[in-house]
Ligand binder design. Structure first.
Ligand SMILES: C[S@@+](CC[C@H](N)C(=O)[O-])C[C@H]1O[C@@H](n2cnc3c(N)ncnc32)[C@H](O)[C@@H]1O
Length: 236
């Protein structure tokens, strides 16, 4: 599992959001949150588990939208950031953060309405086993993202400290088939990879974002997207 040790370091956890979601990265944070909400649909009063919740970007947002949410992560320092964020947002009483391994979720079968995993599958060495564990604990829905193999992400992948596991559409479809999940929705975005935006000032980001979005919306543009969000259901 890439990143299992990496995210245990306090300085890595403290710098996690500043490095990724300041400067041009702000728009990424907004877009990812919208993608999660688009896929999950109305979350009020739903029981949602977020695995690999890290600093609680989505956990806190879901609590703010009145979901009953549990955030699970293997890193104590990342969860520490999440707890501070929840306090600051005034939702600390509305959510639970739990230290644990996504490979062995400490919940019975069918315990949640939905399970969310953002920025996790690029770290996973055995994605099918993680996905089937997510499927086991949900009554209804599994939402996750992947970084795409045939995209600009593969060009700068080698610059990343851990690299990333990249997925083709076919691999995602095979994973879903293997774990008995049905694809019910999908979004594809960011022709220019996340790493590009986090290196440029916020003022420039919207110009490049406009260009990237234009290319993405052209016929076949979806295929250039660096990130995909998959909305799946356990079906009947
Ligand atoms: C790239 S961060 C993503 C955090 C958060 N989902 C987000 O999008 O901001 C990856 C997270 O996965 C966590 N992680 C890695 N392996 C894990 C495992 N086996 N079980 C639970 N969490 C894990 C790391 O501790 C880290 O917080």
């Amino acid at each position: 599992m890439k990143g299992r040790e990496w995210y245990q370091a306090t300085d890595v956890a403290q710098e996690y959001e500043q490095k990724r979601f300041s400067r041009g990265g702000r728009l990424i944070n907004r877009r990812e949150k919208r993608a999660a909400l688009n896929a999950l649909g109305p979350v009020e009063d739903r029981d949602i588990l977020e695995i690999a919740c890290g600093t609680g970007r989505f956990t806190v947002m879901l609590a703010e939208y009145d979901a009953n949410v549990v955030g699970l992560d293997i890193s104590g320092p990342m969860l520490q950031q999440g707890r501070a964020k929840a306090q600051k947002a005034g939702v600390a009483d509305h959510l639970d953060f739990l230290r644990g391994d996504a490979a062995r979720l400490p919940f019975p079968d069918d315990h949640f309405d939905a399970v969310l995993a953002m920025r996790f599958f690029h770290l996973a060495d055995t994605p099918a086993s993680f996905l089937s564990e997510m499927r086991r604990v949900t009554r209804d829905q599994v939402v996750f993202d992947t970084f795409n193999r045939f995209s600009a992400r593969s060009v700068y992948n080698w610059l990343l400290p851990m690299g990333s596991r990249l997925y083709s559409r076919g691999e995602v479809e095979r994973l879903l088939q293997r774990t008995g999940l049905e694809l019910v929705g999908e979004e594809h975005d960011f022709v220019l990879p996340y790493g590009f935006y986090r290196r440029i000032p916020n003022e420039l980001a919207s110009t490049f974002r406009g260009l990237g979005t234009g290319v993405g919306r052209a016929p076949g543009g979806d295929r250039l997207a660096t990130v995909s969000w998959w909305n799946t259901s356990i079906g009947e």
